[in-house]
Design a protein. Structure first.
Length: 112
């Protein structure tokens, strides 16, 4: 199996200066805010405080190095970068969900 994966594995470059992969929780928060249209509604949908949700968004923005939303006093507006991220984020979350649904769940309590 490793021989089959070898080309894929060797194509991945990992250096001490590389960014870590984007946190899937942060992507879920981002997508939920986009769908809900507000931080308050998204926080309610995810059972998070507004502070926790805002922190997750800020972490994602810091990680990516760009603003994803313009925050106005009573509304938010997605930025160009946010609009570019949204379809990719949805694709990633869908792929993760599909994979989770396809993996056999055969671990016992002792193995986990």
């Amino acid at each position: 199996m490793r021989d089959e994966l070898s080309p894929l594995i060797t194509s991945v470059t990992i250096s001490p200066h590389a960014h870590l992969p984007i946190d899937s929780h942060h992507l879920l928060v981002f997508c939920t805010v986009c769908k809900a249209g507000s931080i308050t509604k998204a926080a309610e949908a995810l059972c998070l405080t507004r502070t926790a949700l805002s922190h997750a968004l800020k972490c994602l923005e810091m990680d990516l190095g760009c603003l994803l939303f313009y925050r106005h006093q009573k509304s938010i507006e997605i930025t160009e970068a946010g609009a570019q991220l949204l379809p990719k984020a949805l694709e990633i979350l869908r792929a993760m969900s599909d994979f989770r649904g396809s993996v056999p769940t055969n671990l016992t309590a002792n193995e986990a």
